[in-house]
Design a protein. Sequence first.
Lengths: 361, 359, 366
Amino acid sequence: MKRRNLLASAAMGLMMATGAFAQGMDHVKACFVYVGPIGDGGWTFQHHQGALAVQEKFGDKVEIQYQESVPEGADAERVLTQMALGGCNIIFTTSFGYMDATNAVAAKFPDVKFEHATGFKRDTPNVSTYNARFYEGRAVEGLIAGRMTKSNKIGYIGSFPIPEVVMGINSYYLAAKKVNPDVQLSVVWAFTWFDPAKEADAAKALIDQGVDVIASHTDSTAVLAEAAKTEGKVIGFGQASDMAEYKPSPRVSSVIDNWGPYYIERVGALLDGTYQQADIWAGIKGGEVLIGEITEAVPPEVKAEAEKLRDDIAAGTVHPFTGPLKKQDGSDWLADGATAPDGDLLGMNFFVEGIVGDIPQ
Amino acid sequence: MLRLEKRPSPSRFWLYATPPVAVLLTMVVGGILFATMGKNPFEVIRTIFWDPVFGEFAFYLRGQLLVKAGPLILIAIGLALGFRAGIWNIGAEGQYIMGAIFGASVGLAVFPTESRLIFPVMVVAGAFGGWVWAMIPAILKTRFNTNEILVSLMLVYVAETILAKASTGFLKNPEGMGFPGSRNFSSYPAAANPELIAGSGLHWGGVAALVTGVLAYILLTRHQAGFQIKLAGQAPRAARFHGVSPTRLVVMCMGISGALAGLAGLFEVTGPAGQISIDFNTGYGFTAIIVAFLGRLNPLGIVLAGFLMALTYVGGEMASTNLGLPDAAIQVFQGMLLFFLLAVDVLTNYRFRLAVGAH
Amino acid sequence: MDFGGINPIILIATLMASAVPILLAALGETVVERSGVLNLGVEGMMIIGALGGFVVAVATGSPFLGFVGGAVAGAALSLIFALLTQVFLANQVATGLALTLFGLGVSSLGGQGYNGIKPPRTGPLLPDALADLPVVGPILFGHDWVVYFSIAMTAVLWWVLKASRVGLIIRAVGESHEAAHALGYKVNRIRLMCIAFGGAMAGMGGAYVSLARVPQWVDGITNGQGWIALAIVVFASWRPWRVMIGAYLFGGITVLQLNLQAAGSQFPVWLLPTLALLALAGDIILREINGKNYSDLRKVFYFFATVNALQLLYLSWGKWIPMPVDYLSMSPYLITILVLVIMSAGRRGTANGAPASLGQNFHASR
């Protein structure tokens, strides 16, 4: 009954946000909304690992609930409302497409905390956003790619032409080009997040074109599996999860989405009363982006170089996007020594100079 | 030994009794499935079938049933007309997408103008978008005798690519920091399709679905075109002798189903979904095919079937969130429900007889 | 030998492998539909086969047994469809769609715990020396056994359906179940066997995805290939060799468009008006041969179309632009439609080869 009144009054706009985040809690119900099935082996799987880490860390003090394969849009709004009504204290919405639904529901439930992954909208004080600087990991991959390629042709399988993906492609290319000026990048757009057979075909197409290092921004392991068929001639990277089954080659390293530390921190803050609205964009330093073990298929000096880049990025002494940099069309982007502001990165819709081909618009 | 025997006329009793029997059977078998997964079967069944309608949060979920059932009903009624005439539009999903894109484009083109005319024009544009997309298979069929199943299905994938293009390109929100997706219609009142009564879940799409159900019923029972549709499906040759033009029939049935699917897309994008995004479509166009047949291709049956489907979705979500059931288990359960509904239906037209000494 | 940076030999070799799942599933569905049954549950049977094949292959270490397992799993699921449609006389379209839903759910439930496992490898059948031969090597000798099996099945089914007694019975049942029944054939039993065969083929196709194409189990791995297989059956007018052409055409364009992207190929804009002019010329020539008349409207249309095309050709002459990627990714579907239109336009007025009883249930009244 009480919750019913709450929704009704909130809908009429009578309920104002209390803003009282102060007291701690004895028990937290943490809820997760997933865009795919846990069994996708990639994006959703990693978020679920984060949820499990929360459960393991706090034990009885935390109750975990989750819903798989929630379509973005109307269904997301319903699931979120159900969760809020059902007594969730904090709800993690783990896909960009949940942005508007998250903010709409958050406005109706000022006492429930909402955490939206990869978005930028925080309309009410109870909405926080979090994201990971995957491009930092891409830079490490790019360095390995530039050093390891024998054909000087490296490849990248993109999902959709959105800033997140474009950012990764640019970072990968710049790092590769820095250590190997002759390197050429081929980009294939798959126009899907998840289609194992098509991803395999895309990888095969790149391999047939003489590409011998492939990075991908689609979710399945199909790309590595295709590279594995070449028996060592082509290497690639684990994407989202470690994909350790393809060690030591073709998987020579990986960029792991590691959400556990962030989820533990936020749920913990709710428990001890230190929770505050936040906009987190952490990377290698914050532990959200992990570089998976660099295997023995990579020569020791390259491995050391890659690990140094990783550590330098973590320490903040190196930024993957450091000027002088030009855009693909030759116009200036970053002056000498300048680093890219986050706003430029988040809205990135251009290739840097040297990449061939267009971003589909 | 049991054998089937055709009834002289369909049983009125079983016509109404089969759905509850099927639901009961599903509960039993599904309950066993849930029990083997270590869940309390009674709790799961209650969560799926009872809670959304009568449970603690029913005040909210009842409206959500309408939100979910609306597009299913709207699309399924259009499809049913075609299916009755033997015209196989499998691509309602594509028409749904194109309706949303056409309608949304009109609305976004005039942003931020405020006028009462905008939404009605968008509705027309949405119906037009679905109609155009359905006309491609229709015209190819009438002009070149190309199979409409293949063309309409293939056009779904084309529409999905156009959708991706729209959300990353020509309909992208200019204030969206470069992220994919259009502006949200909830912040553009002239073009929005909000709840008509707060908390009821009823928006113009739901109204359209219910009205269409009644209109389609009248069309099929009272109107000449309805007679032609039924005749063409049951006896194509006889239909031709009666002067039913196959070309006109194809164009009409595909046109109506396309326009209705387009409408569903428009109402969804301006209302519950709020925006054009890469994953805007969620399979309503395919699920509606099941709904059409569950409703026995009868408009009123489709309305009921739409609500039953919506119930399994909403209740299934509840069971999944609250009881920790994997989403896949709900899918299996839905599949079983459909199997039982379809299988038990045999009792309407047939009865089982003990054939003594027949072997 | 290169065209726009693409080696056609490698392309053909690649498409032969990538078309296998669709080809196998579509061949099975062809038999099912020839017997008068429309099973829209191909996607469900494929994914069950993908899981079944994966599980068996991992458990036994034998990819061959995996494919057998995939076939068994697909056939087992199809028996639910057979039971519902042949015994309980349920509507085939709805049952098929429900089967897809059910199959996706069951595979996802059963696949828990199989993430991140590498299945035993399905390697090439013939020695590498043969595959290394120029030109014919990769195309003819470089494949795993399933590719050869899929081609052999095409030939076998063509022969069975065309010339064998079994094929005659299947076709009889599909064209007129009443007549076939009157001749003493057990219509429902024959259809049941066809459905199970279709299920086994779809299951094998699915297993090829999880054991050879992607070698991996993930939820939803077949991702809509069953739907394409259904479309290919229609495309092929229910004939096995055309099924193969359809599967290769679709697979080929998919692979080609990805290769064009990977090669960074350029698109010749001037080709479009050129093609339009050729189409116009072809149409006029055909009309002249057939001695058809020109209406005034048509003359006006020809005039303006020609002028426009020439103008566009002048403007775009010699112009190349980067590949329009988004249009490329639609191309497999559009070209399949286009080819079907051209094929069916030639046979106007005649039936398009669909079995007469397709989708209708049969109940023997006595």
